[in-house]
Ligand binder design. Structure first.
Ligand SMILES: Nc1ncnc2c1ncn2[C@@H]1O[C@H](COP(=O)(O)OP(=O)(O)OP(=O)(O)O)[C@@H](O)[C@H]1O
Ligand SMILES: [Mg+2]
Length: 376
């Protein structure tokens, strides 16, 4: 019995990784040249998977450092995590940690402890009095090690937009930029969701990270690529997926990476040998029902104006500031519309990158119709 190859909620790698050839090429080039990259996309389109896959498939010597800012709450914590991550990533033996510390951050020697964990992994723990933290030394450590050992280092920082939300975020960003831009042997790969926040961090001339690196706005994987991928993956695991049906599957979830995997996984489970249109219907309904709780959580926080605006969107309206739409859907004044748009974008219900409102998650519009339109 073959296993279901489709997965969501974890990074996609190996055979489960679909295409993204052009992006991989750009990332590989950046790693090779020491060029920093900024990667931006809405949630769950595949940033983390892409960076991870790019590192795994890079042909050449490379040390990668990965930091996820998701759970980090302050600059102080960030420096601790950075220091530990650099030491662990650049060492294969405990002695190497000791050497790096002695050579490059001597003043911190008494406060850094290292040991071997149960899985033979190197563990670094810090007992640093705040007054003894040398942030400049921490920030330059990766570059110093890279230079000394003549290796290339890529430092990947996920959910980078978080930094700007911390209390001391502004000064932290300035500090980082002033050091990182001098690093010749380390490339920084910074990525995150919250597209408008990320975009303003790197495209706004008043921001420290203005034009920091090559900026990549990740696109969705195209329908053609998904169809090829789905047909092949079903075949590899002993089931038949018709290309036309694979196209319909992809359309249902608007080529959204996470949801393509989700729906494909459900279809695989529901199908006997050949996936039928009925299997797709049942699976799609399952997907929607699995997301009802999540949907309701967002929906119950919507104001009447916001709900009305969304009704206009699902009805296909586009002229939101026209008198007709304003009064037909009771959206309030013209000035209200901008506020509604900002909030819905913040809530990650809608995305306005193309100008027109687009739902971030493909389950939202069908469920909104189910509970807010057809129900009435
Ligand atoms: N290239 C790909 N091929 C196949 N599936 C993919 C690909 N990229 C992403 N996915 C699917 O989408 C899901 C989300 O991907 P990933 O976590 O990489 O996105 P992300 O943009 O980093 O998300 P977040 O914004 O939550 O950090 C994965 O679990 C996987 O199922
Ligand atoms: Mg991610």
């Amino acid at each position: 019995m073959k296993h279901n190859p489709f997965k969501y909620g974890e990074l996609s790698t190996g055979e489960n990784f679909c295409n993204r050839q052009a992006e991989l090429k750009r990332l590989h080039g950046a790693f090779r040249d020491g060029q920093s990259v900024v990667l931006i996309s809405p949630r769950r389109w595949g940033k983390s998977s892409l960076v991870n896959h790019a590192l795994q498939t890079y042909k050449g010597k490379l040390i990668s450092i990965k930091i996820d800012c998701f759970g980090i709450k302050s600059a102080e914590e960030f420096y601790d995590v950075l220091l530990k991550s650099v030491l662990v990533a650049t060492s294969t033996r405990v002695q190497q940690v000791a050497d790096s510390v002695k050579k490059h951050i001597r003043a911190m020697v008494p406060f850094i402890k290292y040991s071997i964990g149960e899985g033979e992994e190197i563990k670094v723990s810090l007992d640093l009095p705040r007054s003894r933290v040398d942030v400049d030394a921490i920030l330059d450590l990766a570059q110093k090690i890279a230079r000394q050992r003549k290796v290339r280092i890529v430092c990947c920082i996920d959910e980078f937009q978080k930094l700007s939300e911390w209390k001391d975020g502004g000064s932290l960003l300035e500090k980082l930029r002033s050091h990182w831009q001098k690093h010749k042997d380390v490339s920084y790969c910074l990525y995150g969701s919250k597209r408008h926040l990320m975009a303003s961090l790197f495209a706004d001339s008043s921001q420290p990270f203005y034009r920091f690196g090559e900026t990549l706005f990740l696109k969705k994987i195209s329908k053609e690529e998904w169809v090829r991928f789905l047909v092949a993956e079903f075949k590899r695991t002993g089931k038949v997926m018709d290309p036309a049906l694979a196209g319909r599957l992809t359309d249902r979830v608007e080529c959204h990476s996470y949801f393509v995997q989700y729906l494909a996984r459900t279809c695989w489970n529901n199908a006997q040998n050949k996936v039928t249109p009925a299997d797709l219907e049942v699976s799609h309904l399952e997907l929607l029902n699995d997301h009802v709780a999540l949907f309701q959580q967002i929906a119950k926080g919507l104001t009447q104006y916001q709900a009305n605006y969304l009704k206009a969107v699902v009805a296909g309206e586009r002229q939101f500031t026209s008198q007709r739409v304003l009064s037909e859907y009771a959206i309030g004044s013209q000035g209200n519309v901008k506020r509604i748009m900002d909030t819905l974008e913040d809530l990650e219900v809608l995305d306005f990158a193309t100008g027109d409102p687009v739902f971030c998650d493909p389950y939202f519009a069908p469920l909104f119709k189910r509970y807010f339109v057809e129900n009435r």
